[in-house]
Design a protein around this ligand. Structure first.
Ligand code: SF4
Length: 446
C-alpha cells in the first residue's frame, strides 16, 4: 500500500465515458476554478481520514475542486491496489468483475474507507466484489422495467402527474448496488440537445405532469451551465410545479455542491433534492457543508437510502444514520429494499430485515427519524410501503393493537357507516326545520 506520496493520474473509466467527458469538455472545463470562497466559508475537515494518509500531497485547492476529484477517480484495479490491500489473486478476480461491472470511486470517497477492514461499510459500496459475478445470474437487468415506460428516449412516464428525466448515465462513483447497473457498459452518454427538446416537448404536451424528477446516472455530472439550460427550459412549462433532482454527489463528492450550483438552483425553485446516504460515516463535515449550502439556497434535501447487507442492515446502523441526517437537517425519506438487480444479490437482505428495522426504530426515536420502508415493485408496479403489523385483532367497532413495548391496547373504532340520521323534525322542509331545535342550536343556524 502506498502512502501520501501517491500521485494520481487521470484514468478514464472506459473509452465511452472518456469520449463522453470530451463531449462536455468545452462546456465543462476541468477544475481551473478556485473555490477559495467555499474554503473560507466552510473549511474542509482535518479529521484523520485516509485523505492525509494517501493524498497528503494534494493541496486543498485541488482536493476541493470537484472536477479534479472527478478526473482523478480510481477506475482500475491496479490503481485501487495502491490504496486497498489486495492479493494478486484478488486483483485477478476484481479485474474479471470490472470487465462486466466497471469501477469508479472518487479520491474523496476512497478516503472514507478503512483500508484495513475488508468488511468496511463504505468499502462495500464502492469496491467490486467477486460475488457480483458468482451470483451474477440471479435477478434481472432492468427490474423496474423502466424501458417499458420510456415514452421518448430518456423520459420515463409511469405515474400520471410525474416523469423521470434521465439526462446521462455518468456517475461520480459506481455504487455496487446500483439499480441501473445495466447502463454501465453503455457508459458515458449525455442526452443530446435534440433529445432534450423531444423530452421537453412531451412534457409541454402533457398537462397532467406537475412534477419532474431529474436523474441519471447523476445529473450533477453535467456542468452548472448545462443544467441551467435544461432547468430554465423546464421552468417555462407552466404546468410543471416542482422539480426534483436525484443525486449522490453530496455523499460521494460533496465538493460539487458549490456556491455556483446553489445560486443557480435558487433561481428556479421550488427544487427539491433527493440524495443517497447509506451509512452514518458518510455524513462528514464536507457532506454536511454541502447539504447546508443547498438548504440555505432554499433547496430541501431528502435522503433515500438502500438497505444493504453488511452495510446498514441493523437497527443500530439505521438509527445512527437517520439521527446523523436530522442533525444536518436532511430528512430520512425512503429506505428502499435493494432491487433485484443482477450483480447485487450479495448485498440484498430479506424483506423481513427492513420491517424489523422499522419496528426497532418506532417508539425508540421520533417519527421524523424513521424513513418509509418501500419495495419498488418489479415490472413497473411502483413503490409499496411496508410496515410492521401493529393490529393484533379487529372486530366490528374495535381494534386490538400492540405498541412498541408489546403492550396491548383496545381501541374503539368509530363506525364507518354514514353519519347518524338526524331527528325527523330536522328533515322537515326548509323554513320549518329549525323550529324544534333547542335555543343554543338555532343560534348557529343560517
Ligand atoms: S450514484 Fe446512483 S445512479 Fe450512480 S451508480 Fe450510484 S446508485 Fe447508481
Amino acid at each position: 500500500m502506498k502512502t501520501a506520496s501517491v500521485k494520481l493520474k487521470r484514468q478514464p473509466m472506459h473509452e465511452s465515458e472518456e469520449s463522453c467527458s470530451n463531449n462536455n469538455s468545452e462546456e465543462d472545463p476541468p477544475g481551473k476554478r478556485s473555490i477559495s470562497d467555499d474554503l473560507e466559508e466552510e473549511p474542509p475537515s482535518k479529521i484523520a481520514t485516509t485523505r492525509y494518509r494517501f493524498f497528503g500531497d494534494i493541496p486543498d485547492s485541488l482536493w476541493n475542486d470537484w472536477k479534479w476529484q472527478f478526473r482523478n477517480r480510481i477506475t482500475r484495479v491496479e490503481q485501487l491496489a495502491q490504496f486497498i490491500p489486495l492479493s494478486t489473486e484478488e486483483q485477478a478476480q476484481l479485474k474479471l468483475v470490472t470487465m462486466r461491472y466497471p469501477l469508479a470511486v472518487t479520491p474523496y470517497y476512497l478516503s472514507l474507507i478503512n483500508p484495513d477492514d475488508p468488511d468496511d461499510p463504505i468499502r462495500k459500496q464502492a469496491i467490486p466484489s467477486p460475488m457480483e459475478m458468482t451470483m451474477g445470474s440471479v435477478g434481472l437487468e432492468d427490474p423496474l422495467d423502466e424501458k417499458r415506460d420510456t415514452v421518448v428516449p430518456g423520459l420515463v412516464h409511469r405515474y400520471p402527474d410525474r416523469v423521470l428525466l434521465v439526462l446521462t448515465d455518468i456517475c461520480p462513483m459506481l455504487c455496487r448496488h446500483c439499480t441501473r447497473k445495466r447502463e454501465w457498459r453503455n457508459g458515458g452518454w449525455v442526452r443530446s440537445p435534440a433529445e432534450i427538446t423531444a423530452m421537453l416537448d412531451y412534457i409541454s404536451q402533457h398537462k397532467a405532469i406537475r412534477d419532474i424528477i431529474i436523474s441519471g446516472g447523476d445529473p450533477l455530472t453535467l456542468s452548472t451551465r448545462h443544467l441551467e439550460y435544461i432547468i430554465s427550459r423546464i421552468r417555462k412549462i407552466k404546468h410543471v410545479e416542482i422539480i426534483r433532482i436525484g443525486t449522490r454527489f453530496p455523499v460521494v463528492l460533496p465538493q460539487r455542491i458549490d456556491n455556483e450550483l446553489c445560486s443557480m438552483l435558487a433561481k428556479y425553485g421550488p427544487i427539491w433534492l433527493n440524495t443517497h446516504f447509506n451509512h452514518v460515516r458518510e455524513i462528514t463535515p464536507e457532506a454536511a457543508a454541502a447539504c447546508g449550502r443547498l438548504l440555505r439556497s432554499g433547496v430541501p434535501v431528502n435522503n433515500q437510502s438502500v438497505l444493504l447487507r453488511g452495510i446498514n442492515d441493523s437497527v443500530e446502523a439505521q438509527t445512527k444514520l437517520c439521527h446523523g441526517l436530522l442533525k444536518i437537517k436532511v430528512r430520512p425519506y425512503y429506505l428502499f429494499q435493494c432491487d433485484e438487480v443482477q450483480g447485487t444479490e450479495h448485498l440484498r437482505t430479506p424483506v423481513e430485515a427492513g420491517i424489523k428495522i422499522i419496528e426497532g426504530m418506532r417508539g425508540h426515536t421520533s417519527g421524523l427519524a424513521i424513513p418509509t420502508f418501500v419495495i419498488d415493485l418489479p415490472q413497473g408496479g411502483g413503490k409499496v410501503p411496508l410496515q410492521p403489523n401493529y393490529i393484533l385483532a379487529q372486530t366490528e367497532g374495535e381494534l386490538v393493537l400492540r405498541n412498541y413495548e408489546e403492550r396491548v391496547f383496545h381501541y374503539r373504532n368509530p363506525t364507518t357507516l354514514a353519519r347518524p340520521e338526524p331527528p325527523a323534525e330536522v328533515l322537515c322542509p326548509a323554513g320549518s326545520a329549525t323550529a324544534s331545535l333547542p335555543q343554543e342550536a338555532t343560534a348557529n343556524v343560517g
